[in-house]
Design a protein around this ligand. Structure first.
Ligand SMILES: [Zn+2]
Length: 212
């Protein structure tokens, strides 16, 4: 089991300030719904990468005494099944879908000495496009419930769907963030560069599953 957790820091800060990090102990087990059952279960190592660097990121793990499963606190700077930092992947999907860049342009702007590879870049974009409609629908629904004045809202409603889901989702993430800033003080400093990390943390909490 995994809980995507916001530590309000970028990867180098997570690594540098690791001894000072506070790892929230979940009250309820998402697996068996028992209360106050988690005990510490050490850490495991992930080695996320940017085009130029490999990081050593220790992930906090809890153990449920009731159902005997472990639960990891995945920092929102990382996706579940991707080796690259979310930051790197964000720059790719933004360049591709928001700036409408060709594959060659995406590589030229975002890759460093061929990394990530053109094949990896395409795989991320295809995956983001596949998951975007469901995520976009969920964002729309949340904004409709909580922020009916949001200019994003499609008068045709959720079922109409966006014409270009990945681009629409990137845009919707900004509206979601703008709304979130009115709700939670710890995201007020978030900007453009934080939007996918914010979206990922939010959506994982909503049970939306994979984003990219
Ligand atoms: Zn449990």
């Amino acid at each position: 089991m995994v809980i995507v957790t916001e530590f309000h820091c970028l990867v180098h800060e997570y690594v540098t300030h690791f001894p000072q990090l506070v790892f929230p102990r979940p009250q309820v087990c998402p697996g068996c719904h028992a209360v106050d059952v988690f005990i510490g279960h050490g850490f495991y190592l992930r080695k996320p990468v940017s085009p130029t660097q490999v990081y050593r990121v220790w992930i906090k793990r809890w153990y449920c005494k009731a159902c005997h499963h472990t639960l990891s606190l995945l920092p929102s700077i990382l996706l579940r099944f991707r080796h690259y930092l979310l930051d790197v992947i964000q720059s790719i999907v933004v360049t591709r879908f928001e700036d409408s860049a060709s594959w060659t342009q995406v590589s030229r702007r975002c890759a460093v000495e061929g990394l990530p590879s053109p094949r990896t870049i395409r795989r991320w974009c295809v995956s983001f496009a596949a998951h975007a409609p469901a995520w976009w629908g969920a964002v729309q629904q949340t904004l409709a419930q909580h922020d009916a004045s949001s200019p994003l809202l499609d008068p045709l409603g959720k079922t109409a769907g966006p014409h270009d889901a990945p681009r629409a989702l990137l845009h919707a993430a900004l509206h979601l963030l703008a709304w979130a800033k009115t709700q939670w003080s710890d995201v007020v400093t978030y900007g453009l560069a934080d939007r996918l990390r914010f979206l990922w943390h939010w959506g994982a909490g909503q049970g939306l599953g994979r984003l990219i």
